[in-house]
Design a protein. Sequence first.
Length: 304
Amino acid sequence: MSNRELIVLGTASQVPTRQRNHNGYLLRWDDQGFMFDPGEGTQRQMVHSGVPASSITRLCLTHFHGDHCLGVPGIVQRLSLDKVAHPVHAHYPASGAEYFHRLRYATSFFETADLREEPVHADGVVATGSFGTLEARRLAHPVEAFGYRLVEADSLRMLPAELAAAGVRGPLVRQLRRDGHLDLDGRRIELGQVSVPRPGQKFAFIMDTRLCPNVFELARDVDLLVIESTFLDSEAELAAQVGHLTAGQAGLVAAECGVRKLVLTHFSQRYPDLEAFRAEAARHFDGELVVAADLDRIAVPPRR
């Protein structure tokens, strides 16, 4: 069974509140765990949410503002403390390599984990694997920032009724998938006769940015979009000045890009009540909408 969900470890921007920890998100994607932007306090939030360090396979930073990376020292040291056996790949803007080095070695510790730094230099693919393809695209923020997009390869869904009618069962199904056709009892059965295309799932993670073309490129046709909505529309001018989005803009992006499920997060401390964020995004986006709260577990929509 596929296990794909977003675990929200924090939803605050810049300053945490009594209810909201700094940023932090773990995307469970089958046997992979993508940790995005661990802010201060993320390690403790992992304990609250039952997320072990061993579940992390990639660490992805959008940029080097503190609310998105001050949790890195704790995460890095926990990987070694817990003797995580598999390699963990770290992606971050290459221009911030000095910052990452300082965070990685912020204090003395006995390093045993295999943390492999893979800085992001430009738009494009940063990793491929069983999970699909991980891409990064530059955003518009006062410091260099990248958003991430995870794309699973398209595949086929076998049709049980058609397989049964054709007499294809057991190991023959695997053979048919491998070869694209099967000769059985004097008949040639083509793979397309007993299957339909199944689009791969897509996920996007967009943090601190003002509206720019790459926001839309990252969000295009994704099943789950996690996007910052630091301000309400009443503060749109301020948002643009400091390189952030409003809830209304996030909803507009989701609507224009055909997003299936929209997750709003990264809320300014000035807003104790977040229901207005839902209302503003919903003016543009009529799909499934989640105003994220700390420790939420948000399922990736089922495959189409």
